[in-house]
Write a protein of this length. Structure first.
Length: 446
């Protein structure tokens, strides 16, 4: 715990949806849902306009469609655009403090004390106000909410209290006064199961939790979880801001519109997922000893199987080989809704055997079913299915985005972050004049 409000938490407001509204001027002020758009898709981000109708992250897209009014935009994610915005923001945070801990694409902690700033309440308030304005200007209007306090816990909760475009500075000594009236679910680690157990004991707020004796919490939740809840309810959080995190795992997964039962198709998916994981390992200069497969059935039952090698590898063919072996141990006859391949126990070197790619102790000696598919990404195929929200360029009409598609047609709205709302034109899905494009550059928007 700090003696001054030296820890800040910066959280971009509904970032994915905000970037879409920035780049697609006709969507500003309208409900926007970003996420999976297929039948089993899940909401990644809902704009604040959509949240008024009850849409929220992690909700099935089908449910969001039922709740939101006609005219709501349902868009597939554009991660390249989100990464560009995130990089701009993180660079700004690096100018504020040498200690920045990025915890996701849209949020980070800062140690303001390491930046030599005035740590009085008026000083950090003025600093946070300037940072919010700088972020909005540099990102073309994407806003951030900031919480500042004596710990990560207080800063994180503070950033969420006045969203969107909010600022909360909690003065030293006021931590419990701010936290105790809040629902206990605001604390990290209080999920549905913990919340239900606490509610049965009459605990609904953080203040209620702070009045529960430590022995009771240890009896209910065990040593680690119970002691952690006891400390957090008292705003006792000494976690430092760590500027860099080593990657602990890499993974790739796919959710299917129709449950898969065919072993051949599952094998093909394993090869492709392993190829993606292997490519990420090599791009990061890492190798891994443990390979894991994740299988989720139609009823959301999730099974994982893992195998650890003696030596690390970055060979996607070997990752695929081990994943095939693990998948063979699982009964998939009821249908697979989601399939994933991951690697852990990472290292920054590779030490495979010089003469074999695997040993009898750590891998199936049989070759993978499709080694070439795992070793190299599948060849590019012409785009005939266009994702809603995708950036495109037409040889005659210029840049735009996919407004909708189906029945062999694709409709495109031609506009950008610095233009008026643009017209919609419809083309055949295989129109040779229509091409995928990079995200628009908002820095040139007027």
């Amino acid at each position: 715990m700090r003696r001054e409000p030296a820890i800040a938490h910066v959280d971009l407001d509904a970032m994915f949806a905000a970037v879409e509204q920035r780049d697609k001027v006709s969507l500003r002020g309208r409900p926007v849902i970003v996420g999976g758009t297929a039948g089993r898709g899940v909401v990644a981000t809902a704009s604040y306009e959509a949240r008024r109708y009850g849409a929220r992250s992690a909700m099935p897209t089908a449910e969001a469609r039922r709740r939101c009014p006609p005219g709501t935009a349902f868009l597939a994610p554009r991660f390249a655009a989100y990464r560009r915005t995130s990089e701009v923001v993180m660079a700004l945070l690096d100018d504020v403090s040498p200690l920045v801990e990025q915890v996701s694409i849209d949020e980070a902690y800062l140690d303001l004390g390491a930046g030599g700033h005035d740590l009085s309440v008026p000083g950090v308030t003025a600093l946070a106000d300037r940072l919010k304005a700088t972020i909005a200007a540099a990102t073309g209007g994407v806003t951030a909410s900031i919480g500042v306090g004596t710990s990560k816990l207080v800063a994180k909760i503070g950033s969420d209290l006045r969203k969107p475009d909010g600022l909360t500075v909690v003065a030293p000594g006021d931590e419990q006064a701010v936290l105790h009236p809040l629902p206990v679910t605001r604390l990290p680690g209080v999920g549905p199961a913990t919340d239900e157990r606490l509610r049965r004991s009459g605990v609904r707020t953080i203040g209620d939790l702070a009045r529960v004796p430590l022995p009771d919490l240890l009896d209910w939740f065990g040593q680690a979880h119970g002691a952690g809840l006891y400390r957090l309810a008292r705003a006792d959080d000494e976690r430092p801001v760590i500027s860099e995190h080593e990657a602990k795992s890499l993974s790739a997964e796919e959710t299917f519109d129709v449950d898969l039962t065919d072993r051949g198709r599952l094998g093909t998916e394993i090869d492709q997922l392993a190829g993606r994981v292997g490519a990420r390992l090599r791009a990061a200069g890492l190798s891994a000893r443990t390979v894991t497969v994740k299988i989720r059935h139609y009823d959301f039952t999730t099974i994982t199987r893992s195998l650890t090698r003696t030596q690390p590898t970055d060979d996607p063919r070997l990752v695929a080989q081990l994943a095939h072996r693990l998948l063979a141990e699982v009964d998939t006859s009821a249908g697979v809704r989601l399939l994933g391949v991951g690697v852990t126990t990472l290292a920054d070197f590779v030490q495979d055997d010089l003469f074999t790619t695997a040993t009898p102790d750590d891998a199936d000696p049989r070759p993978p079913e499709r080694p070439d598919a795992a070793a190299d990404p599948p060849p590019a195929t012409p785009v005939t299915t266009w994702r809603p929200g995708q950036d495109v360029r037409h040889d005659a009409y210029g840049p735009g985005w996919v407004w909708g598609s189906g029945l062999g047609r694709v409709s495109v709205r031609f506009e950008g972050p610095g233009t008026p709302p643009g017209p919609v034109r419809t083309f055949a899905t295989d129109d040779p004049a229509l091409h995928p494009a990079d995200p628009p550059d908002w820095t040139f928007a007027s």
